[in-house]
Design a protein around this ligand. Structure first.
Ligand code: BES
Ligand code: MN
Ligand code: ZN
Length: 493
């Protein structure tokens, strides 16, 4: 799919389809009004007849109308003009993309980016547009090859009112395209079954990406290398599995080597049975998604390779398969982490923190500017926040505020939970420096408390994406979150 930008007369523009917005009180945005005038109020008559109301979700495809050069017109409901904001704009885009696909209209000219939205820049509108259309193209087919393919859009042209808006629109389109592609990569990795998407498979994806892009270098640490580094906490998670664990390190070098890197650390449990603390059977297939943190890191690296911003970013993935077997770690086992702290594994199902803690110690060597870990870490986070936002935890108020705002701006929401000292005592162990579970209360927070013991040397935040990384039910599938929020953070800071 290509995006192009045009400025010119909406009425005399040659295009197979012209997308025009309308509001639900019958008022028309300027470009729609111009077409209405040129067609002798044809649009007003159609709206008066009640063929389309203008609510968000309403769409109506019209044949060519005398007075407007477009072959067809797609009317798209934009709701109440006074309520239009970035969230609603994003919904409108989704319905527009679906309509173009449904009617198999591969090339279209849109006027939606010209809609005036309070506090939303042209760059942002163009970004949301590209992101929406690119992610709308994705459909999982890899292990379902006979399923009908998604209709692919070919060329989307943005018609802008003012030539001065060309540059910001271009920037937004580039960012939105890269973010959308990154999300699709993350979704595909998440959706792949665990018999395909193993730690070794994730390693190969990261190595292949580096082969294609000069700015990226990937290094994969083997189990033997991790053993030498003392990463016994990470290694304890994969002990029961036939699959080898891996620590994947991706260096994106877009700036001088002297510039401190921002580091993203993803939980890459390619399947979480719970181990000896075995999970109940119902819905266990969804634990193939337990590597969605890792997938979001790979998605971000894809987006960076496409956009090539001048900054240094390191993506790290702590990957293992959590299985029960004769060699598996048992409840009560004590392991020594790379940091030297001993950990009592009271529950082998609290494995995410066990792989992450060693990765978080390993990255100290890179002297990071800031670190974010991303993990499908706790079921408790779904109970607390549902699927609307990811959980955000940090001991640094300023960093937390920055990331909260990135969530708002990218429409990929995060909400902060506290990480006060008082919660730390729940991790007390009589047999090790720290226990890997903190009891039934505040499970999302105590999981973050555990991680905080390993992040004292740098500015750090934790994202619990258990509720946001995939959808359940009929539309079961990975969402690609929080790639937009992470890209917002990287590109804006
Ligand atoms: N991967 C799970 C968390 C999870 C569960 C995410 C369901 C999404 C949906 C994690 O490894 C886990 O099992 N966490 C336990 C922690 C508990 C043993 C302290 C949980 O949430 O029950
Ligand atoms: Mn688990
Ligand atoms: Zn898990």
């Amino acid at each position: 799919m290509n995006f192009t930008i045009k400025t010119g007369n909406v009425v005399t523009l040659a295009t197979p389809v012209l997308v025009l917005g309308l509001f639900d009180d019958g008022t028309l945005p300027p470009l729609t009004a111009a077409v209405d005038m040129a067609t002798g109020k044809a649009l007003s008559r159609i709206i008066k007849a009640g063929d389309i109301k203008g609510k968000i979700g309403d769409v109506l495809l019209l044949q060519k109308i005398e007075g407007c050069r477009a072959q067809r017109i797609l009317l798209v409901g934009c709701g109440k003009a006074s309520e239009l904001d970035a969230k609603k704009f994003s919904k409108i885009l989704k319905h527009t993309g679906s309509a173009l696909q449904k009617y198999q209209l591969a090339a279209a000219t849109g006027t939606l980016a010209a809609l005036g939205i309070k506090d939303v820049s042209m760059e942002r509108k163009a970004q949301l547009l590209a992101q929406s259309f690119v992610t709308g193209q994705y459909k999982y087919l890899t292990t379902k090859p006979k399923a009908s393919k998604q209709f692919q859009l070919d060329t989307i042209t943005l018609l802008l009112a003012d030539a001065k808006e060309r540059a910001p629109a271009q920037r937004g389109l580039a960012a939105g395209t890269a973010i959308g592609k990154g999300m699709n990569v993350a979704r595909e990795l998440g959706n792949l079954p665990a018999n395909i998407c193993t730690p070794t498979y994730l390693s190969k994806q990261a190595l292949q990406l580096a082969k294609k892009h000069k700015l990226l270098q990937t290094q994969v640490l083997s189990e033997a290398q991790m053993k030498r580094l003392g990463m016994h906490s990470l290694l304890s998670v994969g002990h029961g599995s036939a699959q080898s664990s891996a620590l994947i390190v991706m260096h994106y070098c877009g700036a001088a080597a002297s510039e401190k890197p921002r580091i993203l650390v993803g939980k890459g449990i390619t399947f979480d049975t719970g181990g000896i603390s075995l999970k109940p059977g119902g819905g266990m297939d969804e634990m193939k998604y337990d590597m969605c943190g890792a997938a979001s890191v790979i998605g971000v690296m894809h987006a960076l390779c496409e956009l090539k911003p001048h900054m240094n970013v390191i993506g790290v993935i702590a990957s293992a398969e959590n299985m029960p077997s004769g060699t598996a770690t048992k409840p009560g086992d004590v392991v020594t982490s790379m940091s030297g702290q001993t950990i009592e594994v009271l529950n082998t199902d609290a494995e995410g923190r066990l792989v992450l803690c060693d990765a978080l110690t390993y990255i100290e060597r890179f002297k990071p500017k800031e670190v974010i870990d991303i993990a499908t870490l706790t079921g408790a986070c779904i109970t607390a926040l549902g699927s609307v936002c990811s959980g955000l935890m940090s001991t640094d108020d300023k960093f937390a505020a920055t990331l909260y705002q990135c969530g708002i701006d990218s429409l990929d929401l995060v909400w902060r939970l506290p990480l006060w000292e008082e919660y730390q005592e729940q991790l007390h162990s009589n047999f090790a420096d720290i226990a890997n579970i903190g009891g039934p209360k505040a499970g999302t927070i105590t999981a973050a408390c555990f991680l905080s013991r390993f992040t004292k040397k740098y500015t750090w935040a934790h994202l619990d994406i258990a509720g946001t990384a995939w959808l359940q039910g009929k539309d079961k599938g990975a969402t690609g979150r929080p790639v937009p929020m992470l890209m917002e953070y990287l590109l804006k800071h």
